[in-house]
Design a protein around this ligand. Structure first.
Ligand SMILES: NC(=O)c1ccc[n+]([C@@H]2O[C@H](COP(=O)([O-])OP(=O)(O)OC[C@H]3O[C@@H](n4cnc5c(N)ncnc54)[C@H](O)[C@@H]3O)[C@@H](O)[C@H]2O)c1
Length: 354
């Protein structure tokens, strides 16, 4: 009787610290895979950097996603606190926490999707490139873990500067012999989310009815909203184009300045990250016509990586759409974007190849 009760207690607490939970060879848990009773079958998702500003809200929103059956929360601090908190939500996904480098591999084994918001955020006066040195090293370590433990997982990379961290991840995967360009996606969804919001404000529409393609990259002038391709079809004056383009490009700075030292966009970013992760999961499930913007390996321009609309499917970014017709203002913006983008891409790639 006593041993059955002990087993049940250890089973209940297993998700908080799986490495402390010793499973016997014939354990019922091995068969049950730690799935919540009644929990729906679904995808296994890991969040790396789950205790951070973005990570915590992202973890909460992913726990609410019915497509997720197992949610692994990894961080170098406070992973178990966040896990305990999130695990009390009465939704289907089973949550497990993993703390620090020794538990990285356990966090990654068997994952279908890995979302990475790990790293330091921008402070006022800092550019995304200032973050490069710190975040480049973090992304390298995490991607080495992915290559080893879940080489077929879709990777959603949020850590900035995305224009450089995606090429870093690609080089790590190439070195490991696991690189599949379709599975590596830089998350630029926040630029689209902002563009939809700001454009809807100008047009007096519900933002949910608006769709703005945002191409290029994810920093300053590399963020190029294609206002001539907004749906529903509409037209803007040149002043409106100038205002909207600048506001979308500077959206991150607007938040950094308003937070005045307390970090960068976290809540809207978590929302955008979950919107994008959900699209990836629906693609994995085989849903048709899942199209979102992302920063991916691309032949749309002469640059090796570029953000455009992509169709998400069972194997990741299965189709990459062309830029479509652009007006003169956008063509000039594209020239500027490419100049900055090529330097950021090379900086990322050479961080690994050096
Ligand atoms: N792609 C985008 O649109 C976008 C938008 C906003 C922010 N960001 C970027 O997202 C990142 C996170 O921002 P935040 O505001 O959540 O920062 P934060 O400092 O609040 O959180 C970062 C988390 O990463 C963790 N971390 C640090 N090193 C780690 C490692 N080696 N392994 C695992 N976790 C590690 C930290 O402990 C912390 O919990 C930053 O790089 C930021 O610039 C991207």
């Amino acid at each position: 009787m006593q041993s059955e009760a002990n087993f049940r207690i250890s089973k209940i607490s297993a998700h908080l610290n799986p490495s402390n939970f010793q499973m016997g060879e014939n354990s019922m848990l091995e068969q049950a895979e730690c799935r919540a009773k009644g929990g729906a079958p679904g995808f296994k998702v890991a969040i790396l950097g789950a205790a951070g500003g973005i990570g915590q809200s992202l973890a909460m929103l992913m726990k609410m996603n019915p497509l997720v059956s197992v949610l692994h929360l990894y961080d170098v601090v406070n992973a178990h606190g966040v896990t305990a908190d999130i695990s009390h939500m009465d939704t289907g996904a089973v949550v497990r926490g993993f703390l620090g480098q020794p538990q990285l591999e356990d966090a990654l084994v068997g994952m279908d999707l890995v979302v990475i918001p790990a790293g330091v955020p921008r402070k006022p006066g800092m550019t995304r490139d200032d973050l490069f040195k710190i975040n480049a090293g973090i992304v390298r370590t995490l991607c080495e873990g992915i290559a080893k433990c879940c080489p077929n997982a879709i990777v959603n990379l949020i850590s900035n500067p995305v224009n450089s961290t995606v090429p870093i991840a690609a080089e790590v995967f190439k070195k490991a012999g696991t690189y599949d360009p379709k599975r590596l996606l830089g998350v630029t969804m926040l630029d689209v989310v902002r563009a939809n919001t700001f454009v809807a404000e100008v047009l007096g529409l519900d933002p949910r009815e608006v769709s703005v393609p945002v191409v290029g990259g994810h920093a300053g002038v590399t963020i190029l909203p294609l206002l001539s391709q907004v749906k529903p079809p509409c037209s803007f004056t040149s002043e409106e184009c100038e205002y909207l383009t600048k506001r979308i490009q500077d959206g991150g700075t607007e938040v950094v300045q308003a937070k005045a030292g307390a970090g960068s966009a976290t809540l809207s970013m978590a929302y955008a990250a979950v919107k994008f992760a959900d699209a990836c999961l629906r693609g994995l499930r085989g849903d048709a016509n899942i199209v979102e913007c992302a920063f991916v390996a691309s032949q749309v321009t002469e640059l090796p990586f570029f953000a455009t609309r992509v169709r998400l499917g069972r194997t990741g970014a299965e189709e990459i759409f062309q830029l479509g017709p652009m007006n003169e203002y956008e063509r000039a913006g594209l020239v500027e974007a490419k100049k900055e983008l090529i330097a950021s891409i090379e900086k990322g790639a050479s961080f690994i190849s050096k």
